[in-house]
Design a protein around this ligand. Structure first.
Ligand code: KG4
Ligand code: ZN
Length: 398
């Protein structure tokens, strides 16, 4: 089965084209364009700017992906009728920049071999999500290919199940899964512990239950905000990680700064990161000068604090649900220290729990995870037709 997947929920435009057969995934084409350089100067993602950039980049990315897959063929003339042209115009009413680019594309090339088109419909920034959805709707209409709506967070969970096969980065095997699974999802918008169960094994329907989540900021958001307080480049997450890792490598000893570990001993599985962020703010206000050594020390202590609470709540949840596997997904799972600490913790304290962490390149937003989520959704609901797909900014897993 060949699946084209589209991801535009935030500031990454991504398209993936895969061939899936049983447990094997072959990447036929893959492209991603990050808008980070554009949003950098504002210190955050602006939805309307993200929308504009998605409108600009989707067509060049699709061309690139199809070329990579050798699946691009010049169209015999007249395939694109007047009637469908009118419907395309209607679908892209609010995305005129994309309309102007998609018409010549559709006139030029013939239909590629695609069985399904998977597209992220939430959670995320609605104007950005709509671009991907409407783009998918046009391709679906003109090429007559069914759509599969995908939950972005489900994509982050599944990114951890892609195991590399061979040396290239093109062949993957889907992991053998043991349920119940505990998923820790950590990104710019989410910090949640999810119980994933499938009574009849992986091929049966999966059930999600959010058993813990942040009561205020997401952990990635806290990384980014603290990064801004330390005058680091946007997004702060990777920058804080870089400073903290350098400090560990050089056995840096600081001045003894200590930050709180909010809610670490509370009864619930919930998290809180706003207090930690505010503690950094007050600390910086009290300092006469933010020297580069102090920046490093704060980055290190902040990262240690964020990691400690993630680990503590995850351990509690692993025991409570008697998990057989632990998945960590979302942009913050790129963090070297967090990855290392989770590996150490599970090996030492939960040796029978299988740990699934996505490979580095699949931690942040990408379309390969959306393709896989689409595949696993469609093989469980073969004949289901998804109509009236809409962007759902606040979509939840359960
Ligand atoms: O999953 P993602 O790409 O987008 C969302 O769905 O939010 O996650 C982005 C988040 C940002 O907050 C970014 O700072 C954080 O992931 N991030 C990191 C690292 N790399 C990305 N946080 C800590 N350490 C990193 N190495
Ligand atoms: Zn994400």
């Amino acid at each position: 089965m060949k699946i084209l997947a589209i991801e535009t929920s935030c500031d990454e435009t991504a398209i993936s084209y895969i061939e899936a057969k049983n447990n094997n995934i072959k990447v036929l084409g893959n492209a991603l364009l990050s808008q980070v350089k554009i949003h950098e100067k504002y210190g955050g993602v602006f939805p309307m700017i993200a929308k504009r950039e998605h409108c600009k980049t989707l067509i060049p990315l699709l061309e690139k992906v199809l070329k990579e897959a050798k699946e691009i063929k010049i169209n015999p003339p007249k395939l694109f009728e007047e009637k469908s042209f009118r419907r395309v115009k209607k679908i892209l009413e609010k995305e005129p920049e994309l309309l102007a680019r998609i018409i010549p594309f559709l006139k030029k090339y013939s239909k590629p071999k695609i069985d399904y088109i998977a597209v992220t419909y939430g959670p995320g920034l609605e104007p950005a999500l709509w671009v991907g959805i409407n783009f998918a709707k046009v391709l679906s209409l003109v090429w007559n290919i069914p759509l599969i709506p995908v939950n972005h967070m489900e994509g982050h969970i599944f990114s951890a199940f892609l195991e590399k096969k061979g040396k290239d980065n093109l062949n993957f095997k889907i992991s053998n899964l043991k349920f119940p699974i505990l998923a820790l999802l950590i990104s710019g918008g989410h910090t949640e512990l999810v119980l994933v169960s499938a009574k009849g094994g992986p091929a049966s329907p999966w059930k999600y239950e959010i058993i813990g989540e942040t009561r205020d900021d997401a952990v990635g958001e806290a990384f980014d905000k603290v990064g801004r307080m330390l005058n680091l480049k946007y997004p702060g997450g990777p920058e804080i990680s870089r400073l903290a890792e350098n400090a560990r490598a050089s056995k840096f000893t600081g001045t003894g700064i200590k930050l709180p570990r909010p809610m670490i001993n509370s009864e619930t599985l919930d998290f809180s990161y706003a207090g930690l962020k505010t503690a950094v703010l007050y600390l910086i206000k009290k300092l006469p000068k933010l020297s580069s050594n102090l920046k490093t020390e704060i980055a290190l202590e902040f990262e240690n604090s964020a990691t400690d609470t993630l680990i503590a709540k995850t351990k509690k949840a692993l025991v409570e649900i008697k998990a057989k596997a632990l998945v960590i997904g979302g942009g913050v799972s790129a963090n070297i220290h967090i990855r290392r600490e989770f590996k150490k913790m599970t090996a030492k304290e939960f040796p029978s729990v299988k740990l699934h962490i996505p490979k580095q390149s699949l931690t942040t937003d990408n379309a390969l995870m959306i393709a896989l989520a689409g595949y696993l959704k469609i093989i469980k609901n073969k004949n289901k037709v998804y109509k009236n797909i809409r962007a759902e900014g606040n979509l939840r897993l359960a």
